[in-house]
Design a protein around this ligand. Sequence first.
Ligand code: SF4
Ligand code: SF4
Length: 97
Amino acid sequence: MSRAVVLRSITTHSDLPPCAGCGRCCHLVVELRPGDVVPEELVVEHDGARCMDQRGDGACVALDPATQLCTIYADRPQTCRDFARGENLCRRILAQN
Ligand code: SF4
Ligand code: SF4
């Protein structure tokens, strides 16, 4: 992908907060896909599906509660990689209290 595409995705959606320090989408259930390699102690099984474990408030256990940053960013699941800032779900989450 070209550098221009990456830069455009960063600089658009000026009405949204920066992802760094937001972390609101990291309170959704993230089901792992084949090929995802995350630390096993962060994984839980729900109805036979391997998912990122969550804290009591729904936050992914890989989300640093102090910084709201992903602690396994380089190895985050594909679902997290595919989530696009500014997409409908992002905006719906941010619209909630
Ligand atoms: S994608 Fe949206 S909800 Fe997720 S961290 Fe970025 S701004 Fe927040
Ligand atoms: S793995 Fe990282 S990016 Fe994915 S939900 Fe957890 S904290 Fe967020």
